[in-house]
Design a protein around this ligand. Structure first.
Ligand code: AMP
Ligand code: GLY
Length: 423
């Protein structure tokens, strides 16, 4: 079969790598892709928000499946455009992708269907939000309703900070129209776990767990980023936690969406916090996480096309999801300065060190080819990933491999996966 992947980050490189392993796949296209993806797929310079161009390209190439990686096109309805054009697409349509696209929607959904989450209120103007703050305990969490590159969450330690935060989100529109509405929610403490799942709208199958590291600097300091590294599985995701989530969260979410007339097919990413009162949903995403995909997909035994087609064709009940009994760690190599200002266009050397090694992966996130050289082209540049028999081994291998590649301004966290020693 022929498959088109939409996106150009590390997540999409991991998806393309899994597709390339499938005996069923004879051709992969990617828009826009990156220099790493280009080794496995034919890349075309079309942006992820150019819906008509993407649909035309897919029709022209007669692809059997389009896999949509990033949140923006999902929330804006790329899948609807593809399906209208008669194409098969893996990912939720616009009605379902609101699960990620509106935090106010997802909070109301959880409240209505008794899915455990932090207490909250939604607001559509700053006066009401500020009046509500009088009744709050601090710290408190402010969330812009819409997509904000993972940056629309403010944790405010006192009333003054919270008032300033409300103004930033709703009046100054720091996150643009994402701040037309906002959620004010109770602050929770605990370990965070990312759980990804496949669903066909009815059946849900849970993938192995992972943990991300969102802050830019060691010890979870610095600004929030898209994710600086991951490990899988999370040793904190115990059997008891898994049982609780199956009982109260996973199927309940899929059923709630169907009940609301928003049948969800694709990947639901559950951002969970393991609190003293049990697991609670921090957020939903409507797609694979990045860099969670790099450690989770890499450990999947199934042919990814079987699973994706089963989601599209509503036959996920026929699939048994299987993961290797191993571990994986991904360390992101970024451009120094990320997530603020950073330089691009630096030559990346040493990529060939990963050739022919089945337990090491160099997933490209921001790279491109320029005059025969591969150069940096983004904040997150590479996701150095290794598998091992256990987390300690995988972590050592991933960190060893970070030294195999060099580029100017290379930056990474040195404590990815440190938490495994606390388990
Ligand atoms: P989100 O985009 O909703 O996952 O929020 C980004 C990050 O903010 C999460 O990964 C948490 O670290 C933190 N966060 C979000 N909501 C809460 C909350 N209610 N209590 C504590 N931390 C939170
Ligand atoms: N790594 C978190 C995310 O993809 O949203």
């Amino acid at each position: 079969m022929k498959v088109l992947v939409v996106g150009g980050g590390g997540r999409e490189h991991a998806i393309v790598t899994a597709l390339a392993k499938s005996e069923k796949v004879d051709k992969i296209y990617c828009v826009p892709g990156n220099a790493g993806i280009a080794k496995l797929a034919e890349c075309e310079a079309i942006g992820v928000m150019e819906f008509d161009k993407i649909a035309m390209f897919a029709l022209e190439k007669q692809v059997d499946l389009v896999v949509v990686g990033p949140d923006d096109p999902l929330v804006a309805g790329l899948v609807d455009v593809l399906e209208t054009a008669g194409l098969k697409a893996f990912g939720p349509d616009k009605k379902a992708a609101i699960l990620e696209g509106s935090k106010a929607f997802s909070k109301d959904l959880m409240k209505k269907y008794n899915i455990p989450t932090a207490k909250y209120e939604n607001f559509d103007n700053s006066q009401d939000a500020i009046a509500f703050l009088d009744t709050c305990k601090f710290p408190i969490v402010l969330k812009a309703d819409g997509l904000a590159l993972g940056k629309g969450v403010l944790i405010c330690k006192d009333y003054e900070e919270a008032v300033a935060g409300v103004h930033e989100i709703m009046d100054d529109k720091k996150f643009g129209s994402a701040g037309n509405r906002m959620v004010i929610e109770e602050f929770m403490t605990g370990r965070e776990v990312s759980v990804l799942s496949f669903t066909d709208g009815k059946t849900i199958k849970i993938m192995t767990s992972a943990q991300d590291h969102k802050r830019a600097k060691d010890n979870d300091e610095g600004l929030n980023t898209g994710g600086m590294g991951t490990f899988s599985p999370s040793p904190f995701y115990t059997k008891e936690v898994d049982e609780f989530c199956h009982k109260y969260i996973y199927q309940a979410t899929v059923d709630a969406m169907r009940e609301e007339g928003r049948e969800f097919k694709g990947v639901i990413f559950f951002g969970l916090m393991l609190t003293e009162d049990g697991p609670k949903v921090l957020e939903y995403n409507a797609r694979f996480g990045d860099p969670e995909a790099q450690v989770v997909i890499t450990r999947m035994k199934n042919d990814i096309t079987d699973v994706m087609m089963a989601c599209v064709d509503k036959k996920l009940d026929t699939i048994e999801l299987e993961f290797e009994d191993n571990a994986a760690v991904c360390v992101v190599l970024a451009s120094d300065g990320y997530p603020l200002a950073y330089e691009k266009g630096k030559e990346i050397k040493g990529l060939e060190n990963f050739d022919g090694k089945s337990d090491y992966f160099c997933f490209h996130a921001g790279s491109k080819e320029e005059n025969g050289k591969i150069v940096t082209n983004g904040g997150r540049v590479l996701g150095i990933t290794a598998t091992g028999d256990n987390l300690v081994e995988a972590r050592k291998k991933a960190y060893d491999a970070t030294a195999w590649v060099e580029f100017d301004n290379k930056y990474m966290r040195n404590d990815i996966g440190k938490a495994i020693f606390e388990a």
